[in-house]
Design a protein around this ligand. Structure first.
Ligand SMILES: N[C@@H](CCC(=O)N[C@@H](CSS)C(=O)NCC(=O)O)C(=O)O
Length: 259
């Protein structure tokens, strides 16, 4: 071990840091679900005592799967929540409202319809569990991050992706705002906080504040360099954007025929 440490020091490579993440409480359920078409992650969280559950960023095509999972686990879906008005897929919240007794949640700033509009400093509760809301605009002006200090986890939507971040070239995107919000509101969380994004395009599932502060190829740069990177991403528009944005503005019920 001594020899390895010495070699790493000699080569100017830091030994890998192992930060202990907080284990989930025994009365907390966490599931990460995936939509392979849009590479979207949906999260199911629940309280094992009261059986109240929330879904973060459900996808239209998987609303049946998600409702069935709640049923299988004997959970009552309280909220179907979005981190923002998505441009690449239709939200599952509208269908989930029909399949369950849940209420839809999105930020007031998103401009989208929902049963519950949330703002910075609001708290969403399910059973005894709590998610704090941080306004983290930049990818869109209504982007929010959901944070559980007790579990040491945050759901960053498209604001912060693993070794990346949300694009800022449509839906009131603003690179400077994104940079400041990530630095002020996400990078200031405890370093071992586990971050769960709305997408990953390479098969990764989560990251930590510490990892992104050291390794994010965009957000470790100066603001000026960051803006330049974002101005030159040259990404094609999401294939679904013309369908998804109008549908998500009305909570994703746009596609449903009247019943
Ligand atoms: N190819 C996908 C869209 C990919 C994309 O633009 N992703 C967004 C988040 S969904 S709006 C993004 O911000 N990407 C950042 C990046 O660096 O990749 C499709 O056609 O749907």
């Amino acid at each position: 071990m001594f020899a390895i440490r010495n070699t790493l020091h000699f080569c100017n490579i830091s030994p890998i840091r192992h930060l202990s993440t907080i284990p989930f409480s025994s009365d907390f359920i966490f599931r990460q679900l995936f939509d392979a078409t849009s590479s979207t992650y949906t999260y199911l969280l629940a309280d094992t005592t009261t059986r109240e559950a929330v879904l973060i960023d459900p996808v239209f095509e998987h609303a049946g799967r998600d409702a069935q999972l709640c049923k299988d686990l004997n959970l009552n879906l309280k909220y179907a929540m979005n981190t923002h008005m998505h441009a690449d897929h239709i939200t599952g919240t509208g269908v989930l409202k029909k399949l369950t007794k849940c209420k839809s949640v999105i930020s007031k700033a998103s401009g989208a319809d929902a049963d519950v509009h949330v703002n910075e400093t609001d708290v969403v509760t399910f059973g005894r569990h709590k998610l704090q809301i941080f306004a983290t605009p930049g990818h869109t002006n209504g982007c929010i991050t959901y944070y559980s200090p007790e579990q040491g986890i945050a759901f960053t939507g498209d604001t912060l992706l693993i070794r990346g971040c949300g694009r800022t070239d449509f839906q009131e995107g603003n690179s400077e705002m994104l940079y400041h919000n990530v630095h002020k509101k996400i990078f200031t969380l405890p370093p071992a906080t586990q971050l769960y994004p709305a997408h990953d395009y390479k098969g990764l599932t989560s990251t930590t504040v510490d990892e992104e502060k050291r390794l994010n190829p965009r957000l470790t740069k100066s603001l000026q360099e960051f803006v330049k990177i974002m101005d030159n991403l040259n990404l094609p528009y999401p294939k679904m954007i013309d369908k998804a944005v109008p549908a998500n503005k009305v909570c994703g019920v746009f596609e449903l025929s009247p019943q």
